[in-house]
Design a protein around this ligand. Structure first.
Ligand SMILES: [Zn+2]
Length: 233
């Protein structure tokens, strides 16, 4: 097996491994990111809080109208009870009853408004529960898909690492060292295929001497331009 081909094979495995590492990092970051579902939860919590507040406002409004009704009843009972005879006192009681009724009208309007707000809040809460359930189901499904993908990537990783150990074990140490240094310097790509007499990595055209040399199975030749090991497929 030619030296350039061995390194080319190693390069193919390493490129695949690099891709898998990137994908696993992406998956892990996506798995850790629960901002979207937290937003749905926060929204639902806010809608629940709004409904609780609307309940409370309505109960308060109901209590106030009830209290006002009692006051009116008490005033009218005194007014028509026959125990008060003085015209001035009767007039005062009449005025008081009228004032209480005017206030009552305001309180009833407020109660009605609170009822409408509560109805609307209850509708929102019902919709929000449905939306949150959907969001949670989607979230669970998304995690499931990501975890399945991660399992697959990890299996591929183990398989390729085993294969790489075998391939690398058959290459001489000196070539591995050249290859590893180039990988570091050339963003992971140490070996370039020659396509149409040019380096496929940088596009530079090879001169006839280099092209001929690159045909040798027993020596490593580098691209004049980018310095990568050339492999003539
Ligand atoms: Zn090149």
């Amino acid at each position: 097996m030619s030296r350039p081909f061995q390194l080319y094979h190693l390069q193919q495995l390493d490129s695949q491994l690099d891709g898998i590492h990137v994908r696993i990092r992406e998956i892990e970051s996506a798995l850790a990111d629960d901002s979207e579902i937290n937003l749905s939860r926060e929204k639902a919590a806010q809608v629940n809080a709004d409904l609780q507040q609307a309940h409370l406002n309505l109960r308060n409004a109901e209590f106030e109208t009830q209290q006002q009704r009692i006051k009116i009843e008490q005033t009218e009972s005194t007014l028509y009870g026959g125990k008060v005879h003085k015209p001035k006192e009767l007039k005062d009681l009449e005025n008081e009853a009228a004032a209480l009724k005017r206030q009552m009208s305001v309180l009833e309007d407020r109660q009605l408004e609170c009822m409408l707000v509560e109805e609307e809040a209850a509708k929102c809460q019902s919709n929000s529960t449905i939306e949150l359930d959907k969001a949670l189901a989607n979230h669970r499904r998304r995690l499931e898909i990501l975890n399945q993908d991660k399992d697959k990537q990890e299996k591929d990783l183990n398989r390729l690492e085993d294969e790489r150990r075998v391939v690398a074990g058959a290459i001489q140490a000196e070539d591995i060292s050249v290859y590893e240094q180039l990988r570091l310097k050339r963003r992971g790509l140490a070996v370039a295929k020659v396509t149409d007499r040019a380096c496929a990595a940088c596009g530079s055209t090879l001169n006839a001497v280099l092209l001929n040399a690159a045909r040798s199975p027993n020596q490593l030749n580098m691209c004049d331009h980018c310095g990568r090991i050339l492999y003539l497929g």
